[in-house]
Design a protein around this ligand. Structure first.
Ligand code: 1GP
Length: 254
């Protein structure tokens, strides 16, 4: 990795490609044997960076997992997407330093982060401060259940915009609109549009995105980054991953 921060690398990807394609890998859903092939395929097919993590994490040795991951990820950033304080590793390039701003559970707003900060500091891991907003997506998701918080209503953009503005005024660097992994319905473009026309923070959209067309729709609405996990794990096919990359990258910024 170059000395440029991962955050700036992400901004550069957005600037060059119009939007970035982030692939979420859940350590609980991959085996050490399948990992090299999967990462290799993803890098060749146009994935810009990897998010690694999950809301449960049954995999016993997260550190070793990330170390192995880094052996295959070439120059693509490996960013931890933590489900808890046990998902921190010095082998990653950065960590999304999340605050679950849509919820009112103090542990997820600031408590876990206070436990994690000294560890992140001692490991010299780059934290990327990210406001995490759960958006209602048709049924109870793991993120909703595990955090014990209610998601924001999907058809009340003014509530989501108020949260997004709060994130901006707090100084968060990224805003993650999350439908939840495997969500029935992904985040509506109308909501992304409302947020994007009000705040300046780059927006990540993920959860339940199953087709390249749906991914493109998020970018057209203003998403700077699109995350897909479940569908790529299920299909595990180069052409399919490539079609997502083309859909996300086709819309260039001015
Ligand atoms: C979940 O946004 C990510 O945190 C990705 O969701 O697994 O549904 O693609 P999917």
């Amino acid at each position: 990795m170059s000395s440029m921060s991962v955050y700036h690398k992400l901004l550069e990807i957005k600037q060059k490609m119009g939007a970035g394609f982030l692939m979420l890998i859940d350590p609980d859903k991959t085996t050490p044997e399948s990992l090299p092939g999967l990462i290799d395929k993803a890098c060749d097919a146009g994935v810009d960076a990897f998010l690694v993590g999950g809301s449960l994490l049954l995999t016993p040795d997260f550190d070793a997992y990330i170390k192995t991951f880094k052996q295959y990820s070439k120059d693509k950033p490996v960013i931890i997407f933590p489900g808890g304080v046990h998902q921190i590793s010095a082998h990653a390039d950065a960590i999304l330093f999340l605050s679950l701003l849509s919820g009112r559970n103090a542990d997820h707003l600031v408590g876990t982060q206070v436990q994690a900060s000294p560890i992140i500091h001692s490991l010299k891991l780059e934290p990327i401060s990210t406001a995490y907003l759960l958006i209602e997506s048709g049924e109870v998701t793991s993120a909703e259940f595990m955090s014990g918080t209610r998601p924001l209503p999907r058809h009340k953009p003014e509530i989501a915009v108020a949260h997004a503005l709060t994130a901006q005024y707090f100084g968060f660097k990224l805003l993650y609109l999350e439908g939840g992994s495997g969500a029935k319905f992904s985040v509506p473009p109308s909501l992304i549009r409302a947020i994007n026309s009000t705040v300046e923070i780059p927006v990540i959209v993920g959860g339940g995105i199953r087709t390249p067309e749906e991914a493109a729709e998020k970018v057209e609405a203003g998403a700077s980054f699109v995350v897909t996990g479940t569908i790529l794990e299920a299909q595990n096919d180069s052409n399919f991953i490539q079609s997502f990359a083309s859909a996300i990258h086709q819309i260039k910024s001015d």
